[in-house]
Ligand binder design. Structure first.
Ligand SMILES: *Cc1c(COP(=O)(O)O)cnc(C)c1O
Length: 464
């Protein structure tokens, strides 16, 4: 063996020990690490001839990059919808790299990782109270999960017009509609050749992001002669609004449409008895998107795509890896290769399996409750402060607000708050006004963190 690799294997113990020490250094000091780094320049280096070995690279990483890494898995990183990484999830993610399986078939040919993936899906379904009516598999994120659901929907719509889209290409006959779709749904329409600007917008209820059911039914009736795909939001990113799933499902009896539910983070509300009703009816969906790297606190990249088993044939015709005859009949030999966009896949289920088995129903119920409590605390402050105003009631785990006066100073306010490095929030726009959103997803976030945020915001107000 090449000497460098021989040395590496001989010092594996030292390498992993050092990685463990450095990891602890990062994780134990997360609350003090800045959530923002102003100077993000890195010095490009040339590829070396000899290589410095893993320990050398670790040193170089610490010297050059570590100080630039923000505390995104920390308790006060409230931008986007950023989850944390629980100890069990980190353990699972580490072992995913160590075991390095290519997770494909459940037929016992090769490794068993696909069987463990299906077991993980079963546990996740139990957590979320979803029936055994769905094929489930891991993808990189909710974007790919939305893509997967909509790709099978496209195949379904094609079949309605006598067209096998995966073989013959799109013909633009179908209609896709939604009220407040996530940007990734539009991106998926672009990737699918359906065109992001062809989304038919359903009107929203007054002051809400949820669809107006009267307008929805009208659009269903108007488009009766075309295959219809409906994207339903179960938790919008700005105000965590939910479309009325039960009412939408009821309309499925009278109108023929594919129902895709984007429940990227909102789906986890199902594991809390008090919020479960928001997802009532979702077991009737044709496809569902769930992100694990958000409210489940599994490291990036982890999401699940659920597609109704009744659509297995369509799912296989969408994703069949048809140039590989050695795979056999895809409907008999279940392989993720023929059910999801990617071919080679890492054992992405393992961190989720570790989390589900390590923390159980109570653990996830607690995370949901804790995030909602924190959002309510910040929301209460915003409502009573005099300086700020809520742009929507705090429905679940996101607080969307702005300055009460001097609204034009919003970008400057947020920039100043973020630059101080104690909390991180992201800008958004809601009904045409610029706003700030704070998303509570991380299990580490406590009451004290809300107090830190309040002091930070008040200090920035002094210098605005
Ligand atoms: C985050 C999110 C997405 C996109 O998810 P990624 O994991 O970033 O790909 C889609 N839909 C909703 C509702 C989301 O919150």
């Amino acid at each position: 063996m090449f000497e460098l690799f021989e040395n590496e294997l001989n010092s594996l113990d030292t390498i992993l020990d050092q990685v463990k020490k450095d990891s602890l250094g990062f994780l134990e000091n997360l609350a003090d690490r800045p959530t923002y780094v102003a100077d993000q320049r890195i010095r490009p280096a040339n590829l070396s001839e000899g290589g410095m070995g893993a320990l050398g690279s670790l040193e170089a990483f610490k010297t050059h990059f570590d100080k630039l890494m923000v505390a995104s898995p920390g308790p006060r990183y409230w931008g986007f919808v950023t989850g944390g990484a629980t100890p069990a999830a980190i353990a699972g993610d580490w072992l995913t790299a160590v075991y390095d399986q290519n997770t494909q078939t459940t037929q016992g040919e090769g490794d068993v990782s696909a069987i463990v993936e299906q077991e993980t899906i079963r546990l996740l379904r139990q957590l979320l109270y979803l029936p055994d009516d769905f094929n489930g598999g891991f993808v990189t994120g909710a974007t790919m999960s939305n893509f997967t659901g909509l790709a099978v929907a496209r195949q379904w719509a094609g079949e309605r017009s006598g067209r096998d889209i995966s073989r013959e290409g799109v013909n633009g006959d179908m209609v896709v509609m939604a009220a407040t779709p996530h940007s990734s749904v539009l991106k998926s329409l672009s990737m699918l050749g359906l065109g992001s600007s062809n989304m038919l917008r359903i009107e929203t209820l007054d002051g809400r992001e949820a669809m107006d059911l009267a307008d929805f039914e009208k659009k269903l009736a108007d488009n009766r002669d075309r295959p219809i795909v409906v994207n339903c939001s179960a938790g919008t990113v700005n105000t965590v609004d939910f479309d009325d799933i039960q009412a939408i499902v009821a309309l499925k009896k009278r109108y023929d449409f594919w129902l895709h539910i984007d429940a990227a983070f909102g789906g986890f509300a199902a594991c809390h008895p008090y919020y479960r009703h928001l997802l009532n009816g979702w077991e009737q969906a044709d496809s569902i998107t769930i992100d694990c790297h958000k409210w489940m606190n599994v490291p990036y990249d982890s999401a699940v795509s659920f597609v109704r088993k009744a659509h297995s044939r369509l799912q296989v015709s969408t994703f069949q890896n048809s140039n590989a005859p050695y795979l056999g009949d895809p409907s008999e030999n279940f392989s993720y290769l023929n059910f999801l966009p990617e071919n080679s896949r890492r054992f992405r289920a393992l961190p989720a399996w570790f989390s589900l088995t390590a923390y159980g129903r109570n653990g996830f119920e607690w995370i949901v409750q804790n995030s909602i409590a924190r959002a309510q605390e910040l929301g209460n402050y915003i409502e009573t402060s005099g300086h700020f105003e809520l742009l929507a009631p705090v429905r679940l785990n996101v607080v969307c607000f702005r300055l009460k006066n001097e609204v034009e100073k919003m970008p400057e306010f947020l920039k100043k708050v973020n630059c101080r490095g104690k909390i991180f929030m992201t800008p958004t726009s809601l009904s045409g006004t610029s706003a700030v959103r704070a998303a509570f997803v991380n299990y580490r976030t406590g009451k004290d963190d809300i107090q830190v945020a309040i002091s930070e915001m008040e200090e920035v107000l002094q210098v605005l």
